[in-house]
Write a protein that binds this ligand. Structure first.
Ligand code: PRP
Length: 215
């Protein structure tokens, strides 16, 4: 039996993901050790290996088959647009992709004006403004602290993730439009899905049950 490799997203999502895996009977000793610099963790009994990667890299590992399975946010999956199967909603890391800005920017979204939109998600922003709203905008790619942009005058609005809404509130910004709900998803390599169908289907079923019990 060959090892099945699972790519997990580093950070906030990792702990919650491992909790669901454990409920499903899939454990991985050492992966929650914050002091280790080790990158890959093995469960010999289940013939599975796990590694932690940056969110946007997870779909890449899965598309190329370096990981059979990946767990990452729907935002990342949409933005990366890789050829992978999305098979399960883990119902954790729930948040929303939104257009945000000061109250005064609301009018700019309905008058088809050329505005600037700052975001870490240019593909999602482009798809929303060009295809859904049919509004021509200039997209500016940033890498973090997106809420700064309208405050310092880099853009009129932003496209970003809103979880509790406190970052917006503390910076005098609001949700102006909601693009879509987000949560963590399980993705699978297309060849692995065929070659290891039985094992992967079993994993999906146990995770599905664990997700239901989590509610
Ligand atoms: C994310 C997101 C928002 C914030 C939303 O940023 O980009 O800034 O969380 O959360 P809230 O609604 O609960 O306040 P993250 O902390 O990942 O860092 P970043 O700004 O560097 O992207």
């Amino acid at each position: 039996m060959r090892y099945l490799t699972v790519a997990l997203t580093k950070g906030r999502l990792a702990d919650k993901t491992m909790q669901i895996f454990e409920k499903a009977g899939i454990t991985c000793e050492g992966i929650d050790d914050k002091n280790t610099r080790k990158l890959i963790f093995v469960n010999e009994e289940l013939k599975m290996r796990f590694f932690l990667a940056k969110g946007p890299d997870v779909p890449t590992y899965v598309e190329y088959g370096a990981a059979d399975i990946g767990i990452t946010g729907k935002d990342t999956i949409m933005e990366e647009g890789r050829n992978i199967y999305e098979v399960l909603d883990l119902d954790i890391g729930k948040c929303r992709m939104c257009v945000c800005g000061p109250d005064s920017a609301k009018d700019l979204l309905s008058h088809y004006e050329q505005i600037r939109v700052a975001t870490k998600y240019p593909k999602i922003a482009k798809d929303y403004f060009y295809n859904k709203k049919r509004q021509t905008v200039e997209i500016i790619k940033l890498n973090g602290s997106i809420e700064l942009s309208p405050i310092v005058g880099l853009s009129e609005v932003i496209v970003d993730i809103v979880e509790t809404g406190s970052t917006l509130k503390e910076n005098g910004l609001k949700v102006l439009e909601e693009i879509c709900p987000l949560s963590a998803r399980m993705v699978v390599n297309q060849v692995s899905m065929r070659m290891e169908n039985e094992r992967i289907t079993r994993i999906i079923k146990s995770l599905e049950k664990a997700v239901r019990e989590n509610d």
